[in-house]
Design a protein around this ligand. Structure first.
Ligand code: ADE
Length: 260
C-alpha cells in the first residue's frame, strides 16, 4: 500500500474511554520498554506500538478534557502528530451504526458567541471549521479500506447480529463536537437542520483539532458510529463500546502504523 508522507514521530494516540482503546493499550503494555508517565491525572503510555514510536493516552470525555490532553501531548511529550480514535453518534442521513467517519473538518456545535462573533466561530480565530491533515487522513483511509475488507469480518457474529452490522461504509467530511451526549430524535433533527453536512457527533474531536491548529501539529480524527444519536443512543452506545469499539480501533491503528 502507498503510505504517502512518512509519519512524524512520535505519534500521539488518543481515545476518550478505555473501552475504545483496550486492545491498543494492551499491545503497548505488552512491550517491555513502554514507560508509564502520569501527568494531569492521566496515564501516558510512552513507547512503541507496532514498531513505531507512540504516546497513547485516554482523554476522558468532553472538549476540555480533550484539549488539555492534546496540549500535554504536544508540550510534554513532543508528539509530531495526533490521531484521535473512538466512537460517535451518527448525524448524516446515510450514516449507519458500524460505519466509519473520517473527519476532514471539525466544528464545535455548541459554541455560540453570537452576535459578537458568528455562530460556531472560535472567537478571534476567524474559524469555525478546523481541518485535519490530508496526508494522515489519506493514510487512515487506506487503513480503513483494509479493515473493511478483512478485519471487520473477524468481529464475532453475535456482536454483528446484535448491532445489525452488515456492510459498514466509510464517510469523509464534517464531524461536530460538543459537551453533550446527543440522545433524542428532536436533538439530532435540530443538529441536522443547523448543520446539514455533519456526519458524526461526538464530544472531543473539534477541541483536539483546535489545539493542533494553534500549535501547528498535524491531526486526524476517526470515528466509528456506535449509535444514531436518537432515543435509543443510550442503549446502543454501551453495547457498541464494550463489544465492538476496541476491535475497530485496534485493527485500523495497526494498519495505519504498519502500512499493512
Ligand atoms: N459519542 C458516541 N455517541 C454519541 C452521541 N450520541 N452524542 C455525543 N457523543 C457521542
Amino acid at each position: 500500500m502507498s503510505t504517502g508522507q512518512p509519519l512524524a514521530d512520535p505519534l500521539g494516540l488518543v481515545a476518550a474511554l478505555a473501552q475504545e482503546a483496550a486492545g491498543l493499550i494492551a499491545e503497548m503494555r505488552a512491550e517491555a520498554r513502554t514507560e508509564l508517565v502520569r501527568a494531569g491525572g492521566r496515564d501516558f503510555h510512552v513507547g512503541q506500538l507496532f514498531g513505531r514510536p507512540c504516546v497513547l493516552t485516554l482523554a476522558r470525555i468532553g472538549k476540555v478534557a480533550a484539549a488539555t490532553t492534546a496540549t500535554a501531548l504536544i508540550h510534554r511529550f513532543d508528539v509530531g502528530a495526533i490521531l484521535f480514535t473512538g466512537v460517535a453518534g451518527g448525524a448524516g442521513q446515510h450514516v449507519r451504526v458500524g460505519d466509519i467517519v473520517l473527519g476532514e473538518t471539525l466544528l464545535q456545535h455548541d459554541l455560540d458567541a453570537s452576535p459578537i462573533f458568528p455562530r460556531w466561530e472560535v472567537p478571534l480565530s476567524g474559524l469555525s471549521r478546523f481541518a485535519t491533515d490530508p496526508a494522515l487522513s489519506e493514510r487512515l483511509e487506506q487503513a480503513v479500506a483494509g479493515f473493511l475488507a478483512e478485519d471487520f469480518l473477524r468481529l464475532p457474529e453475535t456482536s454483528r447480529a446484535r448491532l445489525g452490522l452488515t456492510r459498514p461504509a466509510l464517510h469523509k467530511g464534517l464531524i461536530v463536537s460538543g459537551d453533550r451526549f446527543v440522545n433524542g430524535h428532536a436533538a439530532v433533527a435540530q443538529l441536522r437542520a443547523d448543520l446539514p453536512d455533519a456526519l458524526a457527533i461526538e464530544m472531543e474531536g473539534a477541541a483536539v483539532a483546535q489545539v493542533c491548529h494553534d500549535y501547528g501539529v498535524p491531526c486526524a480524527v476517526i470515528r466509528t458510529i456506535s449509535d444514531a444519536a436518537d432515543d435509543s443512543a443510550h442503549i446502543d452506545f454501551p453495547v457498541f463500546l464494550s463489544e465492538v469499539a476496541s476491535h475497530y480501533s485496534y485493527a485500523i491503528v495497526r494498519r495505519f502504523l504498519t502500512g499493512g
